[in-house]
Design a protein around this ligand. Structure first.
Ligand code: ATP
Ligand code: MG
Length: 460
């Protein structure tokens, strides 16, 4: 089936992702000149009249909630072949699943994000709606310059619970986030079902692990050492199998998490992460010069304006960097084992103004390392790296025309001004391969990260 290029007044630009019921597209509303996201129900579900009806009623309910903590729905309609779709607000910051990227978050950040999702759930509950499918991929982020991220709930689980109740096979489950009463037909669902899922969401962000089934959840402090007892208690109370014992409302949970976020020192949270991950990080930084530090004088492939495109020895990998970075090149590949992936020799290159100083965080360097990885989940590995003594500036999801994935930045490493950026990239179109591990070091204030990430090309 050919992907549509346009739906009515919406021009589809690229696929943002796919879930159990359909595909979500990044689109341009040509009448209002605005960026939107369009979710189209997949063909196999479009034949189920009841699922189809729920898909559309979901859009109507999201609209009814009319809250800025819930994704806005602008329009609903039907393709010529009968598949329904709805048009919604585009969340440029990706989902909480992207943000956590296979790892965990600093505890205060995890608590604040969960509290914001809980406030979104409270807004739905006020409108008489139970979400039923709160999980990281259904919590969206929208960047608001200077004001932190906005957190938006998306995707009610109405269609999913209907499919489940009628015994239809679902492609994607949400195991770990679902309270026991939701898998027991006829037990009646109320707002406390969402309290359970919110607890599971917080648990995932804090521990980096999807919780086990209700009643068999591993204590969070076993997965994250040094976790404050209050945080553990709040999360486990939300995930009580007996809903009478949970936080009575999503708002109660939100307030407790916000209070805990205030009293949990960010530095303590960082220390735990550091202790656990530092070894990997130190090795990762040595990637480039490990083999005796032999560096080639730079061979310039071709250059445009102020930048230069360089290639690795295999010729598969190229990247464009600002001219000032392109003094030395090491093009002989890398071993993904340095970031915890299976042992291999893969194409990789490093280009910098001073490669000898690359692994020394105290010195200022401008450059980039790009390594290809055919095996293993680079994105997850990137999410678990940390750099001793540097200030962690946080993570965001990068979404360019060619690549997307988590990007994490550190600044002000001991004794040096500048930044260190790590990214794990996969193709923007949603393919799993090729995967890239990228490290960028910059000593000045100007930031070429997105330009460099966007310029990476992998040949066959
Ligand atoms: P499920 O079907 O179980 O809900 P899912 O949440 O991963 O799984 P979808 O809801 O179909 O699947 O969404 C697919 C992906 O599209 C999401 O994971 C997210 O990355 C992206 N996405 C969905 N809605 C938006 C939006 N409004 N703005 C930006 N990205 C979105
Ligand atoms: Mg979803």
């Amino acid at each position: 089936m050919h992907p549509p290029q346009r739906i009515g007044r919406y021009r589809l630009d690229r696929r943002l992702g796919a879930g159990g019921f359909g595909v979500v597209w990044l689109a341009h509303d040509e009448v209002l000149d605005a960026v939107v996201a369009v979710k189209v129900l997949s063909e196999n579900w479009a034949d189920h009249l009841d699922v189809r009806e729920r898909f559309l009623s979901e859009a109507r309910l999201l609209r009814k909630a009319d809250s800025n903590r819930v994704v806005q729905v602008y329009d609903i309609g039907e393709l010529p072949d009968g598949r329904p779709y709805f048009v919604m607000e585009y969340a440029d910051g990706g989902t909480l699943e992207d943000r956590v990227g296979g790892g965990s978050l600093p505890v205060p950040e995890a608590l604040r994000l969960t509290a914001l999702a809980a406030r979104g759930a409270a807004a739905l509950h006020k409108a008489g709606i139970v979400h039923r499918d709160i999980k990281p991929s259904n919590v969206l982020l929208r960047t608001a310059p200077g004001a932190g991220d906005r957190v938006l709930l998306a995707d009610l689980g109405l269609a999913k619970s209907l499919a489940h109740a009628s015994g239809l096979t679902m492609a994607a489950g949400s195991a770990g986030y679902t309270p026991p009463e939701q898998s027991r037909p006829g037990s009646g669902i109320d707002a406390r079902a969402d309290v359970y899922s919110l607890g599971a969401l917080g648990y995932h962000l804090v521990t980096g692990t999807v919780p086990g089934p209700p009643g068999k959840v591993v204590r969070p402090d076993r997965l994250r050492t040094g976790l404050a007892p209050g945080v553990q208690r709040a999360l486990l109370r939300a995930m009580e199998p007996d809903r009478e014992r949970r936080w009575p409302t999503a708002l109660d949970l939100a307030e407790e998490l916000e209070r805990l976020a205030e009293v949990t020192p960010a530095s303590a949270a960082r220390t735990t992460r550091r202790r656990r991950r530092t070894v990997v990080a130190a090795v990762a930084l040595a990637v480039v010069v490990a083999a005796g530090g032999v560096t080639a004088a730079l061979v310039t492939r071709h250059s445009s304006g102020g930048s230069v495109r360089v290639s690795d020895a295999s010729g598969r990998l190229t990247v464009e960097v600002p001219r000032g970075w392109a003094r030395q090149l090491r093009d002989s590949g890398w071993n993904p084992r340095t970031v915890g992936l299976p042992d291999a020799h893969e194409p990789g290159l490093a280009v910098a103004d001073d490669l000898a100083a690359w692994q020394d965080l105290r010195s200022g360097v401008d450059g980039v390392f790009v390594g290809l990885s055919e095996h293993g989940d680079v994105r997850a590995e990137v999410a678990s790296l940390a750099h001793t003594g540097c200030h962690y500036d946080g993570s965001r999801s990068y979404a360019g025309a060619h690549w997307h994935g988590p990007v994490r930045t550190w600044s002000d490493c001991p004794g040096a001004h500048g930044s260190l950026t790590e990214a794990g990239l996969t193709p923007a179109g949603g393919a799993a391969q090729p995967r890239l591990y990228v490290q960028i070091r910059q000593k000045g204030d100007s930031d070429a990260t997105d330009r460099v990430l966007g310029s990476v090309r992998v040949g066959t």
